[in-house]
Design a protein around this ligand. Structure first.
Ligand code: TYD
Length: 209
């Protein structure tokens, strides 16, 4: 039986997820909650190997469907080996990207549509996050933020692709307003992090009734 809380972070590249994830993890730890921090693609030894294949800039010939299936297989392993056992043990799992990333990037960005949802439903076997923070920054701004360092295969995509991904995220937020909380990522780190912490605390409060 699953008793732990499952929180995911989503958003276009360059939205500043990493800083916010670390801050929320520290907050939950300070509240005495046993938390597991993990990421996708990856999170397991097998998943990290799949991650390298997907993101390698040399793999220019990778078919979109191959890409979607690789993300989903990394996710299947992650759920089976790490996420579900942790949740069953009552731990809180914070995951940097999950199924919504595939819907936004492969479903909307690569235009694979409904197939991505079907593949992923098979991969996650019914596991849905309790709470998802969607950090939103304008895709043009996000692309500029990441353009200084090393860029992986997905990050190298043209701006119109990143705009489609962004629109995909907005559609997901419309579809699941209870679960997906939109956060304006254009503000300062402190302001964003207090909003995320407040919203998490409110959610935990509701759970306790
Ligand atoms: P990552 O390097 O972790 O970047 P970020 O720090 O922005 O999260 O993510 C790898 C890339 O993979 C990122 O561009 C988003 C993309 N991605 C997908 O296209 N589909 C997916 O299902 C996942 C999990 C990530």
């Amino acid at each position: 039986m699953r008793t732990g809380l499952f929180i995911t972070f989503e958003g276009p590249d360059g939205a500043g997820k990493t800083t916010q994830i670390n801050r929320l993890t520290d907050y939950l730890a300070s509240m005495g909650m046993d938390t597991v921090l993990t990421r996708e693609p990856g999170g397991t030894q097998i998943g990290e190997k799949i991650r390298k294949i997907i993101l390698d800039p040399h793999h220019k010939e990778m078919a979109h469907l191959t890409e979607a299936l690789l993300y989903a297989s990394s996710r299947a392993q992650h759920v089976a080996e790490k996420i579900r056992p942790a949740l069953n043990a009552g731990k809180t799992v914070i995951c940097d990207r999950f199924m919504d990333s595939s819907i936004a990037y492969q479903g909307y960005g690569r235009k694979l549509g409904e197939r991505v949802r079907i593949i992923n439903e098979i991969a996650v076997e019914g596991l849905v996050p309790d709470l998802t923070f969607l950090l939103l920054v304008d895709p043009d701004v996000g692309k500029k933020r990441i353009s200084n360092g090393y860029l992986d295969r997905l990050e190298l995509e043209a701006i119109h692709y990143h705009r489609d991904v962004y629109q995909g995220y907005l559609k997901l937020a419309d579809l699941y307003p209870e679960r997906i909380l939109c956060i304006d990522g254009s503000r300062g780190v402190e302001e964003i992090s207090s909003e995320i912490i407040d919203k998490t605390a409110a959610f935990l409060g509701k759970l306790k009734g």
